[in-house]
Design a binder for this molecule. Structure first.
Ligand code: NAD
Ligand code: IPM
Ligand code: MN
Length: 352
């Protein structure tokens, strides 16, 4: 029987609640579709940091290298500064394993009420550059603690880095409704963003059949709210993509349903599957987190592993359950617990 080795990092907060539920769902799906998973648990987290002074052991990344995929809940928790926890775990995984595409779907599912009165049909992907750009540790401080203190931080955009994420986005648009939107800010940011636009034009020449559009990030954010039905594939730099990938889900149900994948398209390294949300300290430990974001993320992992039938089965179970009103966690206006949602979804899978 085919078996996949998955590195599990529950991480912090609600990561510890939604990941174990996702494993139950994945096991049910595998049994139904005739393959198997071997899950290896890694305790990399803020708790690990508090015990050992680091988010993961020195060979922490090497231990993940041979897995077929990495599945992560969330990292970061009060008590450890966020720039320490995230740069000690999440960001090194994304970079070491060249997961330069952060793919995040935004789709309004039947049965979920959008905060918008007339959202129309919303179904698009955000393709976020995931390895460089505004997220950089190139920078520093001088005259610290004095009146003359100076802090600076560089944005780094490489031709290779921009071109490869653009290509991924164009290819994706080509398989869909053939429309791509680029997030820019070349009116205010004079070096990196005109370069981003230039590469968008250049890479776009190979895709004459794809309709191209670009907006400055400020008005693009407004269009996400006023015209979310316009979009098919939105390509954005690391920071802009980060912001858009909370805003997009907010329009279709919120962080509780926002799925994501950190992909190494060449498959030289394992890809990492991780919901968009964080550790949600405000609701952690209460069994009320919505696990759908994590289940949808598991669906993206199944797609990546080539288990398309299983991926479709899982997505159907999620969609049917929502349609029938079973997934009513607090964030969606109901009372269902994290574990009750899991039971509903597994029952659905077993019946399908
Ligand atoms: P967050 O996504 O954790 O929470 C934002 C809000 O959304 C909270 O009110 C929370 O209760 C709600 N929410 C999030 N997921 C939910 C779910 N599944 N069901 C119901 N409600 C949900 O963002 P934050 O508060 O900015 O960050 C908290 C911590 O997580 C910080 O340390 C941050 O750095 C970290 N973080 C990590 C990741 C990651 O590991 N990928 C992503 C974002 C934030
Ligand atoms: C995300 C998160 C991370 C990011 C943080 C926690 C570093 O917000 O995955 O969207 O900005 O990439
Ligand atoms: Mn984010």
């Amino acid at each position: 029987m085919k078996s996949y080795q998955i590195a599990i990092i529950e991480g912090d907060g609600i990561g510890k609640e939604v990941v174990p539920e996702s494993i139950k769902v994945l096991e049910a799906i595998a049994a139904q579709c005739g393959f198997a998973f071997k899950f290896d648990n890694y305790d990399y987290s803020c708790e690990h940091y508090i015990k050992h002074g680091k988010m993961m052991p020195d060979d922490g990344l090497d231990r993940l290298r041979d897995s077929d995929s990495i599945f992560l809940g969330a990292a970061g928790y009060p008590g450890v500064p966020d720039h320490i926890s995230l740069w000690g775990l999440l960001i090194p995984i994304r970079r070491t394993f060249q997961q330069y595409v952060n793919l995040r779907p935004v789709r309004l599912l039947e049965g979920i009420s959008s905060p918008l009165k007339n959202p129309g049909k919303v179904d698009f992907y955000i393709v976020r550059e995931n390895n460089e750009g505004e997220y950089s540790n190139a920078g520093g401080k001088i005259y610290e603690g004095t009146e003359n203190e100076v802090v600076f931080q560089e944005s780094i955009f490489t031709k290779k880095g921009v071109d490869r994420v653009m290509k991924f986005a164009f290819e994706l648009a080509n398989t869909r409704r053939k429309k791509i939107t680029s997030a820019t800010k070349s009116n205010g940011i004079v070096h990196t963003m005109p370069f981003w636009d230039q590469r968008f034009q250049e890479i776009g020449k190979s895709y004459p059949q794809v309709e191209k559009d670009q907006f400055h990030i400020d008005i693009l954010a407004a269009h996400f709210v006023q015209n979310p039905h316009w979009f098919d594939v939105v390509v954005a730099s690391n920071l802009f993509g980060d912001i858009l990938s909370d805003l997009g889900p907010a329009v279709v149900g919120g962080m509780g349903i926002a799925a994501g994948a950190n992909i190494n398209p060449e498959r030289v390294y394992p890809s990492m599957f991780e919901p968009v949300h964080g550790s949600a300290p405000d609701i952690a430990g209460q069994n009320i987190a919505n696990p759908i974001a994590c289940f949808w993320t598991a669906k993206m992992m199944l797609d990546h592993l080539g288990e398309i039938e299983a991926a479709n089965l899982l997505m159907e179970a999620i969609e049917n359950n929502i349609k029938e009103g079973n997934v009513r966690t607090r964030d969606l206006g109901g009372k269902a617990s994290t574990q009750e949602v899991t039971i509903d979804i597994i029952n659905k899978i077993l019946k399908e």
